[in-house]
Design a protein around this ligand. Structure first.
Ligand code: GDP
Ligand code: IMO
Ligand code: MG
Length: 430
């Protein structure tokens, strides 16, 4: 069975949740690799909305098992809340279908306290304030607290004391008192009761499922341009969001994944600070935000909006090595008099750039060079794409050398067209 991976190609919120839900209809296993509850993946079915932050987006298919990989950072209270909500809404056998790798790191109240102090400063990054960055810092410094320690109380106590000691100089500068290691230990012992039984070796379970020919889907979080190494540093998240990050976060070798689907909106959004060459701060930008419902699924913040940046997309295709693209939110562009796509940039000194610069500071000064496209009417379930949209898609396919295999024209799972190699479409429901 082909193993598929889904990766965000822009600055996150491309519609990965919807695409994973569509592709995982028959999946035995859906696996997340990195990030934490900074992610917000929305699924809409029959008018009912579910937003998932930690649990993979396959959970609504009642036979899929959903795994949280070693590369993730997990705040237990958020996971508990998400499991409870899923159960309250009648999702069957949630506790037995979700597995968590004990090598994933805990996000502690200390991590969030430190992030709040940093984000109150004028040089704030505009993070989701979920403690993501500090938790990954703890892992890198070898002072992090892996979930595994919940099963080893004495070692957990010592590890909490060591991390607290390391943080003391910072805590002493802050105004707010922080929870003591002993109180935190007591809280975590209660977490251990429900979380330890969910432990599984995600790498092993995923590799076994693959070798047994089961249907496996790997779910990326965030987007390529937020990658900690290749994104618009320092305005990035703290994990690897490219396809390679997906493999390392789960613990998989090369060659096991046959299809990598890059999810890309027909325009661009970004939440938080940082360079965004095609950003529109005018009425068109406001129109995209209003029509696209561009409010963060995690923080509720208004997303910055702009035209599709095909130059950045070309870079994302290179970094991910995706075999196909899923183009989402094509309906949102319908009412506009014209549609633009950035196909190059002009630098501050007038130099034309065909590629996204690897110097992230240069990215802040770029002026896009646009190509204009005719608007299209909203596609529908009749599986015929409007000619103007076909033209737009053919252009993107040529520019990125990647086939567009899925077209999403509304938030509901049913509003999806499967596009064959020759360009013919069929409705997902047919
Ligand atoms: P993710 O983080 O990539 O999973 O994306 P989010 O869930 O944060 O944001 C995508 C938003 O767009 C959600 O509100 C989805 O319900 C919505 N959405 C997804 N696909 C489409 C589409 O084709 N058209 C419209 N109008 N909305 C969509
Ligand atoms: P999904 O999976 C959009 C952004 C934040 C901020 C930067 C760093 O839903 O696409 P962090 O809290 O990670 O330290 O914040 O990254 N960010 C996202 N933006 N979608 C996401 O996830 C994001 N996860 C992080 O807004 O700019
Ligand atoms: Mg999101």
């Amino acid at each position: 069975m082909p193993v598929k991976a889904v990766v965000g190609m822009q600055w996150g919120d491309e519609g990965k949740g919807k695409i994973v839900d569509v592709l995982s209809a028959e999946a035995d296993l859906v696996v997340r690799a990195a990030g934490g509850s900074n992610a917000g993946h929305t699924i809409i079915r029959g008018g009912k909305k579910t937003v998932l932050h930690l649990v993979p987006s396959g959970i609504l298919h009642e036979y899929s098992r959903c795994l949280l990989g070693a590369g993730m950072v997990i705040e237990p209270a958020r996971l508990r809340e998400e499991l409870d909500v899923l159960e309250q809404f009648g999702t069957p056998r949630v506790r037995t279908r979700v597995g968590v790798d004990p090598q994933a790191m805990l996000i502690l109240p200390w991590h969030k306290a430190i992030e709040h102090v940093r984000e109150a400063r004028p040089d704030a990054l505009g993070t989701t304030l979920r403690g993501i960055g500090p938790a990954y810092e703890s892992r890198a410094s070898r002072l992090g607290i892996p979930l595994a320690l919940l099963a080893h109380p004495e070692l957990l106590k010592t590890a909490l004391e060591a991390l607290h000691l390391d943080y003391l100089p910072i805590f002493e500068l802050g105004k707010e008192p922080v929870i003591s290691p002993s109180d935190l230990f007591a809280e975590l012992m209660q977490v251990a009761d429900w979380l330890v039984p969910m432990f599984t070796d995600v790498s092993l379970e995923t590799a076994r499922a693959m070798s047994e020919g089961r249907i496996v889907l790997l779910e990326g979080a965030q987007g390529v341009m937020l990658d900690s190494l290749h994104g618009t540093y320092p305005f990035v998240t703290s994990s690897s969001t490219i396809f390679g990050g997906l493999l390392s976060g789960i613990g998989l070798g090369n060659g096991m994944v046959s299809d990598v689907v890059g999810v890309c909106k027909a325009y661009t959004t970004r939440v938080g600070n940082g360079p965004f060459p095609t950003e529109l701060e005018d009425e068109t930008g406001k129109h995209l935000a209003a029509f696209g419902g561009e409010y963060g699924a995690t923080t509720g913040r208004l997303r910055r909006c702009g035209w599709l940046d095909a130059v950045a997309l070309k870079k994302a295709v290179r970094l991910v090595g995706c075999s196909q693209l899923a183009l989402t939110k094509v309906d949102v562009l319908c009412d506009l008099p014209e549609i633009k796509v950035a196909v190059a940039y002009e630098d501050a000194d007038g130099t034309v750039l065909a590629d996204f610069p690897c110097d992230p500071y240069r990215a802040a000064q770029l002026k896009p060079v646009y190509r204009t496209f005719a608007p299209w009417r909203t596609p529908s379930d009749d599986a015929v794409l409007p000619e103007e949209l076909q033209e737009y898609i053919s252009f993107l396919e040529g520019f990125t050398a990647t086939r567009v295999s899925l077209v999403s024209w509304g938030p509901d799972r049913s509003q999806t067209l499967v596009r064959e190699a020759g360009g013919a479409c069929r409705s997902l429901n047919s």
